[in-house]
Design a protein around this ligand. Sequence first.
Ligand SMILES: NC(=O)c1ccc[n+]([C@@H]2O[C@H](COP(=O)([O-])OP(=O)(O)OC[C@H]3O[C@@H](n4cnc5c(N)ncnc54)[C@H](OP(=O)(O)O)[C@@H]3O)[C@@H](O)[C@H]2O)c1
Length: 352
Amino acid sequence: MQIGLILVGFGNVARRFVRLLDERAARLEGEHDLTWRVIGIATRRHGAVRDLDGVDLTRALESADAGKSLGAHGESARDPLTSLFIRETVAAARQRTPDTPVVMVETTVLDIERGQPAIDHVRAALESGAHVISANKGPVAFAAHELLDVAARHGRAFFFEGAVMDGIPVFNLLRETLPAVSITGFRGVVNSTTNYIITAMEQGGEFGAALAAMQEAGVAEADASFDVDGWDAAAKTAALINVLMDGDVTPHAIDRTGIRGLTGEAVRGAVARDRRVRLVASAAWRDGRLAGRVAPEELPATDLLATLAGQQNALVLQTDLLGEIAIVQRGAGLTQTAYALLSDLVAVRRRL
Ligand SMILES: NC(=O)c1ccc[n+]([C@@H]2O[C@H](COP(=O)([O-])OP(=O)(O)OC[C@H]3O[C@@H](n4cnc5c(N)ncnc54)[C@H](OP(=O)(O)O)[C@@H]3O)[C@@H](O)[C@H]2O)c1
């Protein structure tokens, strides 16, 4: 079955995603009866392109890699009102090939004030009949319940595995393999950039140089203060609370301290005491209230979270039936995030 893809955002993650689809094309078709064509791409400053017969991806990737506008290819729209672009593209595609499902891939940047305009993008796609997969945590951190309701009302899927711990199954794990289990709390290291900085400082490295390495690798957020000040971890904590614990919070409700004030001396001092500093994201019920927290904590060296080096992440889920379940991500990077989208796309295909 062929799926029409609309890429909203065409940065590091989306470009790695389409290349990964190409690399895995034979397996996707052979094992999952899944082929695709990209029918639209929208960006913020680099124009948009729509071609229901299939956007010329080689040219689009070349243009985007070179920082040029996409507008020269196919039917173009400069500075699109993205939600309108989504609605028009889905409508045109469904009219022309009603049997070809459309999936909108949301990879625009995180807006930590309100999660916008990504929430509008997701709503526009679902309301016009597309499924949605997203690596952007904004929609699920700010509006998980509303958007899952819209998806259910329209009989469409809204998946967001890449929002937390890249391609490692967190949301899928619960949804697909842990029926009737309740999550009562969690603690984890969920931001790769800050863990890389902290563990570089343990080895005597400089904060600034370690951050620059993560920016160079395309792993740091577009606005790296989101990583350093704990906002990215707070958004992930809110997403986990909303989806895994049926909470209703935004990142602003998370008690948040970043690592900006953390010095090499403090980090190395902890190592000398056989302890480790880690930026810990957690949630627990306190006094009948679901409380989320992000803060640097000094942990015993034997704590699972203390053993995470570089970009590694881990999440320890407290459950009512199975005790603690830990998920560890030893390799993190763009391919893992792109893989989260690939796995969500296969999950959509399975639903069709
Ligand atoms: N990088 C990672 O390792 C990683 C890991 C997990 C999750 N994520 C999440 O994945 C998302 C994408 O990350 P990235 O590294 O690919 O970011 P990026 O390289 O900065 O790309 C963002 C893309 O979104 C476009 N965009 C921004 N606002 C838009 C709007 N209103 N309408 C249409 N397009 C818009 C940008 O267009 P212009 O270039 O024209 O401005 C750009 O193409 C983010 O939400 C991030 O938090 C990233």
